[in-house]
Design a protein around this ligand. Sequence first.
Ligand code: HEC
Length: 123
Amino acid sequence: MTMTTRTFSPLLSTLILSASFALSAPVHAQDALPPGERPAEFTADNIEKGRVLYKQMCLRCHGPEMVGGNNAFDLRKFPLDDKARFFNSVKNGKRAMPALKDILTEEQITILWSYVGTRGGKL
Ligand code: HEC
């Protein structure tokens, strides 16, 4: 019995250690999309225009670089495979998120999507 405990405790501590690391790890943005799966609109030009537009239109609620917004959705976690939801939420709003369809064009929303969808050009 003693032998068994000795044999297993290092393994057990390793497991506990890895588990607590996993739990205490900071919340990261969703993993990058593999290059082949990135939408064509995620161009360097769109991302840079998106950065400017984001500062003008979204920063005051969603925070600089999408970090530290006032209770607003953390845009770094927005699902990358749900462009339709992004467009719908930006156009029609969602609870405290204002509807922006009369303010932004489709092209501008695409530009914002390129910025948000690459986590500010970091993917
Ligand atoms: C007046 C503050 C405000 C501004 C300005 C604002 N948002 Fe939001 N946004 C919010 C809040 C609050 C939420 C969380 C809504 C909820 O789920 O209750 C949100 C949520 C979102 C969501 C997630 C919606 C979903 O589908 O769950 C997206 C995407 C989003 N905002 C994009 C943007 C973009 C892009 C801009 C700039 C064009 C912007 N927001 C400007 C406050 C704002």
